[in-house]
Design a protein around this ligand. Sequence first.
Ligand code: UDX
Length: 454
Amino acid sequence: GAARPRLTFLGCGYLGATYAICYAELGYEVIGYDVDVAKIENLSRGEVPFHEPGLDELLRRNVASGRLRFTTSIEETADFGDVHFICVGTPQRSDGMGADLRYVEASVTDLAKNLSRRALIVGKSTVPVGTAEWVERLVEKHTSEELGVEVAWSPEFLQEGFAVEDVLRPNRIVVGVKTEWSNALLYAAHKGVFDLASTEDREVPVVVTDFATAELVKVAANAFLATKISFINAMAEVCEVAGGDVTQLAKAIGYDPRIGNRFLQAGVGFGGGCLPKDIRAFQARAQELGAGEALRFLHEVDLINLRRRARVLHLAAELLDRRQGPAGPDLAGARVAVLGATFKPNSDDVRDAPALAVAGMLHEAGADVRVYDPQGIDNARKAHPELTFEKSLQEAVAEADLVCVLTEWAEFRNADPAALAAIVGKRLVIDGRNCLDASAWSAAGWTYRGLGRP
Ligand code: UDX
């Protein structure tokens, strides 16, 4: 019943697995469903198939308690749940712009066909606005009207590396609903989050709205974050020609609470499975709806972001005293250590990672590139088999003519510049995340170059 609805999460990728595990932890009975047999076997054994701090322990505890199980059976899933969350991927279409909804379509259709009792289907995947209405029509097509199955939308905002916190202690919950029944059931499905907040003397704000707004909230939030990062990276470009220091500029504007200091870190730009893909899909959808002009600036946001990668290449050529040909710099014979492969620290995710993209560009330019990353090597090797990967920071840096720090892992921030100076070929460092102590590196004899700094 609605007091403690039983929950299912369809799609046990990053989003679905994290939610399934965390909601079991909140006390719900949960099923995680996926078509991928290996993924389901791993999760059932208590193994999280990706790197996320704190999640392994929660998985084991909740599988052991019996509150959480994983299955590839859609019949079992359909039979079990009062509320079904759709958490499947919405990758970038092969045309490079819009979102591919085939997994949403497949999971909703399979689920709907197998439902034999009333249930609520809640979309969580990031989708183009209008998808919820389309899902509702899909459900109507595949279920009988007497069953009374309904659809709602509830976007998520979790950040990799903080996913457990973000799910258990979200800074808001947004629901797009059409009826009191679905609103009440979705409230019950979120009640564990509200209860946890009240024991900690917090409140989780809830925005109850229509489908379109709920869908837009997610892409608007990501567009804003991407814009904020590209804004400061645009200021970095100006600083580079004007002789300013973007890190001080960011600090100074960030003291204004209307601006705020978060997401103002200038560097090699944003990557990952969300921001780059979401801003492109958002533009494509706005275009389809006839509001393309409104989001034209997101194209600039994207271009600024990509220009930062090229900037690292040019800095490398400058430091190594190489010629800039028409096709870019020639780095033949230069040995370059690339520190970082993931799109951000505390993650093993290399999707659209600026670090790995730059490593690829350095390789293209002829450099002998040695990549090291504390967590991302396995994934990076699959994406860029042409690169050389090293097992340690020291091995990557040994004999290097240039060191590029492109993901701000603590291991790199805390590295001793004097010790590294002793093993490199040339003491040249590009700090692509402005995360190193510039004066300490300079004092150890390094020529230090940050992005957007003199
Ligand atoms: C993002 C959103 O933050 C999250 O709310 C949404 O649900 C999914 O997308 P995530 O992809 O995990 O989360 O990464 P995030 O921490 O936002 O970082 C995105 C990228 O921006 C990273 O490559 C990061 O290095 C870069 N970044 C972030 C900057 O370059 N500068 C900053 O100041 C902040």
